[in-house]
Write a new protein. Structure first.
Length: 572
């Protein structure tokens, strides 16, 4: 049976790797893979082999200080795992595994062994990453051994919590007991803390310097409490190869003990595993919907208005997107509203000009960054309707009006947040003793001028995001198994870089009007408001003209889309 489990695990992992490599024949997967590879090389592996001391000593040093800290962390995880509220003995299986394994003549021990073997590919990848980034002295073996032992231990703890539930010891009983035990252990450990270790921590963290500090927690009590966790910490931060091998052997022996305890736990796992697997599948589907902006957070929020009986199709599309935005992305509206109210409350509770200026700058910073954040949060436009493109093609509406109606919904939310944040900054600065050069920020004219520039910028940003589903639908529509991973991260990097480049070209003509106009208004007209307003109106008009040209272009491209060919290309 073990050979069958090993064969299934190895073959499944091999097929997954082969399928990912075959995807690289597609241009978007290849470009995304290269972008992700370049990102990791630049931030993680660029200086790995250059021989510099600051890079050679990357990761945690194998000092007694960090060994003690890792041991305390492991102990905390092992103790607090018993206080988790989950009380079912369910192990998550896929639907195919349930159909094939549960009717088979397998014991609980064999099911546990199957779960451990199936988790090894993911454990190996995680251990390799952690070994390269943090625990280089572990030589990969120590990190892998600790991951295996802890995963088996947490499985045993889950079964133990379920067994305690059958004995009448539920979550409400376990929580105070585990809390008291954890507090008692922490008090015992804290009484043994060596203050000299804390004083030397700053020197320990300096690159290239690992002083010989005494153990952070030492003494008979600390040594007894941290006896087992120190083997885990010494496996990931070994002082020598002999200590690494000895610690790994003890950790793996502990893993065998945890496995035997889990296998001997007298509790049925089949029925609970089916329920746990169903919950896991539902949770994964919900996360996938959240990643693509389809998860409905507040389904009972009413529509903002009623559609007239003879309304045009673009009004219905706008109504649909606004209603979807309220029900899907309204938490972000609440977060921005809470931030604005917090800024206002703090400003009225303090009369210090510096405090008010800081709060106003925070509000203005949010207003400056929200056009980029809002276009990512409020995706109720072409990105949401891409899977239903054949339905959009059937509407009696031109492509130009369809694109305009699609971007109008998220633009309404982003513009409302911009108005709220800019008004908050102006209200905070009202009545404050401000320097003359920043008094303009407290005027209503500033809010109007900022909105005149912010609205077309937000429209351009949203239009760029909607250009991807129309021009490159394969980059916008992903399968459920592509919601995370190395290639998906590279794809996002490529799209972000392309978005910034296009937005730079869009804003460049407007900047050529705004910057000279503001300089002329400052040096020739003494900061005259009519000159500033005229400059702003001209720049905003140019931005709106560029957005209109983009809407027309995307509308014509949408009308040229062959739904059958595009859907086949996306599916492939």
């Amino acid at each position: 049976m073990i050979r069958a489990f090993v064969f299934l695990t190895v073959r499944s992992f091999r097929n997954r790797i082969v399928s990912r490599l075959k995807r690289l024949r597609n241009v978007r997967y290849l470009v995304s893979f290269l972008a992700g590879l370049a990102y990791f090389w630049f931030f993680a592996f660029r200086h790995m082999f250059d021989g510099r001391a600051t890079v050679r000593n990357m990761g945690l040093p194998a000092s007694e200080l960090f060994v003690d800290l890792v041991a305390v962390l492991v102990l905390s995880m092992m103790v607090l795992a018993w206080a988790l509220p989950k009380q079912s003995a369910g192990l998550t299986f896929s639907e195919a595994e349930i159909q094939f394994l549960f009717p088979a003549p397998l014991t609980r021990r064999q099911l546990l062994l199957y779960k451990i073997l199936r988790a090894q590919p993911q454990v190996l990848i995680s251990a390799a990453v952690m070994s390269v980034v943090i625990f280089r002295g572990a030589k990969f073996i120590g990190v892998w051994a600790c991951f295996v032992a802890l995963s088996i231990y947490f499985t045993f703890v889950a079964l133990g919590r379920a067994r305690l539930k059958l004995l009448g010891i539920g979550f409400l009983v376990r929580l105070p007991v585990i809390g008291a035990a954890a507090a008692g252990l922490w008090v015992l450990l804290w009484r043994t803390v060596d203050v000299a270790a804390f004083r030397g921590m700053g020197a320990t963290l300096r690159p290239g310097r690992v002083p010989d500090l005494p153990a952070l927690f030492h003494g008979p009590v600390a040594d007894a409490v941290l006896f087992v966790p120190r083997f885990f910490s010494q496996a990931v931060l070994p002082a020598s190869v002999a200590q690494l091998l000895a610690s790994c052997g003890i950790v793996l022996a502990a893993a065998l003990l945890f496995f035997e305890l889990a296998a001997r736990t007298n509790i049925a796992v089949e029925e609970a595993s089916i329920q746990a697997s169903e919950k896991w599948a539902a949770r994964r589907a919900r996360l996938n919907e959240q990643h693509i902006g389809k998860h409905v957070t507040f389904p009972r929020i009413p529509p903002p208005f009623r559609i007239p009986a003879r309304a045009r199709p673009e009004v219905a599309i706008y109504w649909k997107n606004v209603t979807a935005g309220l029900r899907i992305s309204s938490p972000w509206l609440l977060i921005m509203a809470i931030c604005a109210l917090y800024f206002l409350g703090q400003s009225y509770s303090s009369s210090e000009p510096a405090v008010r200026m800081t709060l106003a700058m925070l509000s203005l910073t949010l207003a400056a960054t929200f056009p980029f954040l809002g276009s990512t949060v409020f995706t109720q436009d072409m990105r949401l309707d891409l899977p239903r493109m054949e339905l959009l093609k059937s509407y009696p509406i031109s492509g130009e009006r369809l694109v305009a109606a699609e971007i109008a919904g998220p633009l309404t939310f982003v513009a409302a947040v911009e108005l709220m944040l800019l008004s908050t900054a102006a209200i905070i600065l009202q009545g404050a003793d401000l320097p003359r050069r920043v008094q303009f920020l407290a005027s209503a004219e500033f809010v109007v001028i900022a909105l005149l520039l912010a609205v077309p910028v937000c429209a351009a940003q949203i239009l760029i995001r909607n250009a991807v589903p129309i021009l490159l639908p394969g980059w916008a529509l992903r399968a459920p198994d592509e919601q995370r991973g190395f290639i998906v991260m590279g794809q996002r990097l490529v799209m972000m870089a392309g978005n910034l480049v296009v937005l730079l070209f869009v804003l460049l003509p407007a900047a050529c009007i705004v910057v000279p106009g503001l300089l002329v208004a400052k040096f020739w007209f003494g900061g005259s408001m009519p000159v500033v307003a005229l400059t702003t109106v001209l720049a905003a008009g140019l931005l709106f003209f560029e957005v209109w040209l983009g809407i027309r272009f995307l509308g014509h491209q949408f009308e040229k889309i062959d739904v059958t060919n595009e859907l086949d290309a996306v599916a492939s």
